[in-house]
Design a protein around this ligand. Sequence first.
Ligand code: PAF
Length: 312
Amino acid sequence: MTTTTTTTVTTDPLLLDTAAALAEHLAPRRAEGPVVLVPTMGALHDGHADLMDHARTLAGPRGTVVVTVFVNPLQFGEGEDLDRYPRTLDADLATCAAHGVDAVLAPAVDEVYPGGRPQVTVHPGPLGDVLEGASRPGHFAGVLTVVAKLFGLVRPDVAVFGEKDFQQQTLVRRMSLDLALGVDVVTVPTRREPDGLALSSRNRYLDPDQRAAALALSTALRAAADAGHHGADAARRAALAVLDAEPGVELDYLALVAPDLSDAPGAGDARLLVAARVGTTRLIDTLPLTLGGTDDPTDHPTGQPTPEQETP
Ligand code: PAF
């Protein structure tokens, strides 16, 4: 009998904490292949690993994958979890090493914002005021400002984002287009636990009961996707039935939208987005679904469009 041993070779990425050092590192490499950026706030999990793997594929053997680890104070509101947000740089570096990352930029706050809180920021426009933006005023201005800044520091050809933060990736793509930043914004599907819970750096805040309750988010999305062929109302009802049955979940919003975050179509491709508080932890999730029209006459009793957003 022959046995095969597989050895995983990991190379430590270069850890840098200044933009100048990164610029020096990247200068000779830009001509070799694309620079692909994975912006993160650290506390890396397998979802981030998927982003890095995708970045590595896009960069190819001669390109450069850069991960930034920076907990951006601008995107946290008053009373949010900026102070307790997990900082796990050693573990993050090991994850980066295992997923083919070339360089990690982990700057201090005053390296990113040397003049203090920036006076010129990116305004996200109307899409920044709905859903997450309505619940977390100023959040997307903070996100887009730091992403624009990271684009300026790294000057990537491509940037890779997770699909779970669906509104974020929509806004970043729009920013790159509207401001001609020249960065190709690519997204990677959400990584889930075997039972369906979307991976999130914030899952580590959950105790076992809260972890069980949090499962209602992905279960609700899946129920809506299964009911989608009966139309938009049936999809919403299916999701709300799951969420209402879980007392540990305090729903913030459940929103059925088109893939570009405009109004949901009567039939065709759509997106369901959910945000909820479980204990003191705010979680979000999203799933694509296909709306199948009106084969259930109870779905559209008035024939009128239905509200795009359910807020309990
Ligand atoms: O998604 C995140 O982790 C953050 O919002 C990002 C894009 C790294 C900006 O701080």
